[in-house]
Write a protein that binds this ligand. Structure first.
Ligand code: AMP
Ligand code: ZN
Length: 475
């Protein structure tokens, strides 16, 4: 199996630590809102990898966390915990929010036929593990206490930026986002392992710790859960490309400092689903979810099919036209498969050859669109009898998971093809605010500039200052 490894930035042979066994960790959702279809694209990519490993005969242990505490609105340790934002927005407890959106997440996850990982664990269930790791990091000099919080000291590592090929200055999140630097940090890149209530007084979820009542940082959760459930040597760890820095960079720093050896050999990152406005992200209203697509008359698996038609390392532009086309093609495909006569004895040699070809496309860094082409060839092959074709369709569908032998679902709603006007207005509004903030900054009116930034943040819009100007993300 060949896979692109973000660590080496090359396509490599995948060789697990233990022959035939794969320990695979996926960063799970932050359950403060519905998962949008961009998030789901990422999980479809992980699902295809999981099923490909199984198809190739590996024994897979896959673990995924549920982030229900500690993920702040800025990945650079500033802003509020996203769960707190949701708690205030919806006037519910953090646990009620987590339960509601976890359930909604798995409903959508299953609608696109993603297999639930073998182990799913919420961040809040593993606090003693984080405390154990942080205690050792403090004892060994990799962490320090400042202003009541515990920070990881990135200056202790020679290769903190091992997972990225960008320069340090471009990456430091505080600098990138134009947010005030945390004066408790010794180095700008340091990150929080444990927050105490001194930082956010109204935080609902707090646990006792040797450093005072508080809560864990986002990064320590994935290290802790992965080490707890999959052991000290991980084969492969994945997420969306936005997780490369700082999340996965910080996971490597703290896990390897804690363990004293290399932790994970392969890093698997899925490119984003984008819309005309850029990277899709969770916003206050109008987010596209698998369930909203279904309500609009689409088969959720048409979205999966759309994802499989593109490579996981390419950005995918989402349009309703594209989805409609994907759905039409998928529906025709299913109709064609359902019209196959169940005749003839299985042609074992031909079947085997096709299976090898299908597997080799997946083994080639998950080339799902070529794997689909093998399926089309099977359907067109006049030398294959009906039973052999159906045997291959069933076999391929164990990875593709497109319900290829089932009937097309009845439409639930009327397909909308129009662009959402409300979203356009929204984008103009944000752009005006970005321009106003730039003018304020140009006039050295930093108070006004900060006011605009905070106003947008309170509306769920995070501004990110880059060297090419300000962009935004819906959080
Ligand atoms: P979150 O729920 O925000 O923690 O995100 C869950 C996963 O979705 C993370 O691994 C992100 O990297 C990934 N993700 C976020 N936005 C997108 C997007 N637009 N396209 C694909 N993946 C995304
Ligand atoms: Zn993670």
């Amino acid at each position: 199996m060949k896979l692109f490894n973000t660590l080496s930035r090359t396509v490599e042979d995948f060789v697990p630590n233990e022959e035939g066994v794969v320990k695979f960790y996926t960063c799970g959702p932050t359950v403060y809102h519905y998962a949008h279809i961009g998030n789901i694209r990422n999980y479809i990519g992980h699902d295809v990898l999981d099923k490909t490993f199984r198809y190739l005969g590996y024994d897979v242990s896959r673990c995924m966390n549920i982030t229900d505490v500690g993920h702040l609105t800025s990945d650079g340790d500033s802003g509020e915990d996203k769960m707190e934002v949701a708690r205030k927005r919806e006037h519910k407890s953090a646990m009620e929010i987590a339960q509601f959106y976890t359930k909604a997440f798995f409903e959508d996850f299953e609608k696109v036929n993603c297999r639930v990982p073998d182990i799913v664990s919420p961040a809040t269930s593993n606090i003693p593990m984080y405390i154990k790791i942080i205690t050792k990091l403090l004892d060994d000099g990799f962490a320090y206490i400042s202003g009541g919080n515990v920070y990881f000291d990135t200056s202790k590592l020679k290769d903190y930026y091992v997972l990225t090929n960008s320069k340090e200055d471009e990456l430091v999140v505080g600098a990138r986002e134009g947010v005030l630097e945390d004066s408790n940090k010794k180095n700008q890149a340091d990150f929080v392992l444990w927050f105490t209530s001194s930082k956010f007084k109204n935080h609902e979820l707090l646990w006792d710790s040797p450093w005072g009542k508080g809560y864990p940082g986002w990064h320590i959760e994935c290290s802790g859960i992965s080490i707890k459930f999959l052991g000290e040597k991980l084969d492969i760890h994945g997420g969306g490309v936005d997780n490369i820095f700082p999340h996965h960079t910080n996971e490597i720093a703290q896990s390897e400092s804690y363990l004293g050896h290399k932790w994970c050999n392969y890093w698997f990152h899925n490119e984003h689903l984008i819309d005309e406005g850029g990277k899709m992200s969770k916003s206050k209203g109008g987010i596209l979810t698998v369930s909203t697509l279904e309500d609009d008359g689409y088969d959720p698996l048409a979205f999966r099919f759309m994802c499989l038609n593109s490579h996981y390392r390419r950005q995918l532009l989402f349009t309703f036209d594209g989805l409609k086309q994907a759905q039409d093609t998928l529906f025709k495909l299913r109709n064609k498969i359902r019209s196959i006569d169940k005749d003839g004895d299985l042609l074992e040699n031909e079947i085997q050859e096709y299976k090898i070809r299908f597997a080799s496309e997946l083994e080639n860094d998950l080339n799902t669109s070529n794997a689909l082409s093998v399926l089309y060839e099977v359907l067109k092959d006049n030398n294959l009898n009906g039973n052999s074709k159906l045997e291959l369709v069933k076999d391929f569908d164990s990875v593709l998971s497109l319900n290829l032998t089932k009937e097309n679902p009845k439409k639930k709603g009327v397909i909308k093809e129009e662009v959402n006007e409300e979203k356009r207005v929204d984008e103009n509004f944000i752009q005006d605010k970005i321009n106003a903030r730039k003018s304020a900054k140009d006039n050295k009116d930093y108070q006004e500039a900060d006011k605009i930034r905070d106003e947008l943040l309170s509306l769920g819009i995070k501004l990110i200052d880059t060297k090419d100007g300000t962009i935004y993300e819906k959080i």
